[in-house]
Design a protein around this ligand. Structure first.
Ligand SMILES: Nc1nc2c(ncn2[C@@H]2O[C@H](COP(=O)(O)OP(=O)(O)OP(=O)(O)O)[C@@H](O)[C@H]2O)c(=O)[nH]1
Ligand SMILES: [Mg+2]
Length: 173
């Protein structure tokens, strides 16, 4: 989820391989300029998409800006809300019957101890009802590439289990 509203504002589809489509979801939390009503609509459309397509979703990757997790979670919980990231992970788990892969992104940003604390707090948040949830959390930096290899490997393993070939082979052309 970007700071500016509308980097991705609609659900977007990218054909990757025969029978395999990459679906990119818009961000909907804490968007400066994005109205509350717009955020709610965006979120509802994502939740509905997951429910309607659960049977044909081979793998899901939820990307979290991990560097602001504790701060955001604290702000929301004071208002009586659950972290939007934790909520989405739970929704994916319930609908897909498997824990989604989680990219804990932007680990290049800020203090290493803070990054670790944020990752631990997030894992504690998603572990309710699934003590193994932490195994599916991959700390990465999309900017530097750290950790991305391991996340890709995990994604390829999932897709192969669902009967697909390595989609990155197609993407390389
Ligand atoms: N420092 C740092 N910045 C990153 C990283 N990944 C993404 N960004 C920056 O974060 C901003 C948002 O990135 P996007 O790729 O648009 O994220 P998104 O989640 O698709 O955003 P929406 O589609 O608006 O929800 C951009 O300015 C990126 O350059 C990262 O690992 N480290
Ligand atoms: Mg986007």
């Amino acid at each position: 989820m970007g700071k500016r509203p509308g980097t991705t504002t609609k659900i977007r589809m990218y054909p990757v391989a025969p029978g395999l489509t990459l679906v990119d979801m818009p961000g909907y939390g804490s968007k400066a300029g994005g109205s509350r009503a717009w955020e709610d609509r965006t979120k509802d459309s994502i939740l509905a998409f997951i429910e309607e397509n659960a049977g044909s979703i081979a793998a899901a990757v939820h990307v979290v800006n991990i560097t602001t997790y504790i701060e955001t979670e604290g702000r929301l919980s004071r208002k009586g809300y659950l972290s939007l990231d934790v909520e989405m992970v739970h929704h994916l788990r319930e609908n897909l019957g498997a824990h989604p892969l989680v990219a804990a992104n932007k680990i290049d940003k800020g203090d290493e101890d803070e990054v670790v604390a944020n990752i631990e707090a997030f894992i504690a948040g998603v572990s309710a009802g699934d003590p193994e949830a932490g195994d599916h959390v991959y700390p990465i930096s999309a900017k530097t590439g750290v950790g991305v290899g391991r996340l890709k490997e995990a994604l390829v393993r999932r897709l192969k289990m669902a009967g697909f070939r390595d989609p990155f082979e197609y993407l390389r052309g």
